[in-house]
Ligand binder design. Sequence first.
Ligand code: FAD
Length: 296
Amino acid sequence: MIPAPFDYVRPSSLDEACRILGAADPAEGDVKALAGGQSLLPLLRLRLAYPSVLVDLGRLEELRGVQDRGDHVFIGALTTHDEVLRSPVIREHAPLVALATATVADPAVRHRGTFGGSLAHADPAGDLPAVALALDSVLVTASGAGGREIPAAGFFTGYLETALEPGEVLAGVKVPKLGDGWGFHYEKFHRTAQAWAVVGVAAAVRLEAGTIAQARIGLTNMGPAPVRARTVETALRGVTPPAAGAGADGGRDPVRDACAWADEGTAPPADLHAKPDYRRHLARVLTHRAVRAALS
Ligand code: FAD
């Protein structure tokens, strides 16, 4: 389908972009930022969104790239998924981001779609919001009022909804470095290769003297926004993982027992791909797989 008519502007500075986005009069229609267009343009074509103005962020070089900033990695909002995957800084200091990004769509989408666009769009089936949440990332915004730092826990407010205010641009994301002893994994269940997650699990686990000292678990598509599986995190603390394969014969596996809490506090959707109960089952099974893989 053909999108409804809209004006198109391509500002050359972040200030100008914020000014245009902030000056929008809601009575005259929505003004939307455009990054990679991989989520927004399909919505326009389906006429599920019909902004009156598109503000293309493509010229804002200051929003691109990955930087090592000592205690955290800064990922500019316009950094494409492909650039994230090729970054040695991400591979070394934020491997969970790389593991999840590798499962996003296909190479064509990954060459256009951006890290910031995925978070700003806040699709519950998107893989990266759960990772940002699990890693306690901080989202950095820019606006005419100066900008803010918003912890991921307060950023994703609902279905395709975030804490971004009108006139506010997501400038980048601070991903804390977790240091030694951590293992990571992103486990995704999808119907076909390159498809969206039916359910996904982002896991970061730290072992200390053979016992789980810390765990961080983020769930994809288990509610209108990404979910932090806090009960699993608490249940895993202090657990000594049995040798791989233990529990397969029906014997006790304390890691599996802890992961059985994965669906607590979730509100999984019903759609063409799965009913809520099936998603709950997947969350428990995939969390166990993700934690085991992170431990190994
Ligand atoms: P856009 O489409 O340009 O924008 C999306 C929304 O975010 C818009 O509302 C826009 O206004 C807003 N926005 C973008 N950037 C900013 C910013 N810097 N500040 C403020 N607002 C901003 N994603 C997955 O996670 N997993 C998948 O498996 C997956 N599969 C896909 C398969 C296909 C066929 C396609 C087309 C997309 C898929 N995606 C998937 C989505 C893809 O990851 C997109 O890149 C991402 O959702 C949006 O990024 P974008 O840069 O394209 O944003």
